[in-house]
Design a protein around this ligand. Sequence first.
Ligand SMILES: Cc1cc2nc3c(=O)[nH]c(=O)nc-3n(C[C@H](O)[C@H](O)[C@H](O)COP(=O)(O)OP(=O)(O)OC[C@H]3O[C@@H](n4cnc5c(N)ncnc54)[C@H](O)[C@@H]3O)c2cc1C
Ligand code: FES
Length: 257
Amino acid sequence: MTNEKCQVIEHADRGSGYRYLRLAAPAIVAAAQPGQFVHLRVPGLETSALRRPFSIYNAQDGVLELLYKQVGRGTAAMSAIKVGETVEVMGPLGHGFPVKCSGKALLVGGGFGVAPLYFLARLLKERGVEVKLYVGGRTSNDLLELDRFRSLGVEIATATNDGSSGVKGLVTDPLDDDLASFYESKQVFEIFACGPDPMLKAVAMRATGTGSKGWISMDRHMVCGVGACYACIQKTVRGNSRCCIEGPVFAASDLVF
Ligand SMILES: Cc1cc2nc3c(=O)[nH]c(=O)nc-3n(C[C@H](O)[C@H](O)[C@H](O)COP(=O)(O)OP(=O)(O)OC[C@H]3O[C@@H](n4cnc5c(N)ncnc54)[C@H](O)[C@@H]3O)c2cc1C
Ligand code: FES
């Protein structure tokens, strides 16, 4: 883990409240694993909590990519970051996804949950793993960065509440269809998920219910990001765990919802 001063290479509006940040961060990138996160010191934020956690969307050739949604004071202040400016980033932090998979890798995401799944998909594809992404949102505008997944050769199934893309319903609908046919054909798979809590609970239940391995990235409010404050507690079968140290990725079978 390092605290790196990173120059901003690109900062773009991706629509629907999402922004994309590209930073020169050679030290962090050299150590980064999919599912880990960084803690970014937000310029201009004058409170005791100056940093915000973000998943590593991609880490390649010394460049760190983040995809974030503007939701409150910290991310609003981040939206003013200019190209050429330097920001302080601590990372990589936490415990990520295993970058190996028995059988097919089923990646399930919603909202900014697709961010760590892209980095994971890229490395799994490099290792010759077959990858399918299931992504859900309220409308097609909430389905982010699908072209980048497509360019990796990832198969994609979408679900939206209004039916504007893919199945009308929840992301678990196309997942359930596939799980039924995988069961029939004895296809081996592992599930990797990141997104809103109800989705994660539903996916974790499916992983444990089918006796498959599942890896779930939990999103908890964080303060220190390094294990000291206990703000980010997740219940597990082993008791309380800190998402910033033991997580954010946990085995589905370890989680207590
Ligand atoms: C491990 C981890 C990885 C994350 N990765 C990403 C990412 O890749 N992209 C991204 O956009 N966001 C990500 N988040 C969430 C992000 O950290 C928060 O959205 C951000 O800290 C909000 O800061 P704020 O000051 O703008 O909002 P605040 O003013 O603190 O809060 C505004 C609103 O956002 C909600 N909020 C605050 N923290 C979170 C949170 N952790 N998750 C969901 N809602 C929250 C609050 O409940 C409130 O409704 C991640 C969080 C964690 C713990
Ligand atoms: S954020 Fe402080 S212990 Fe996890």
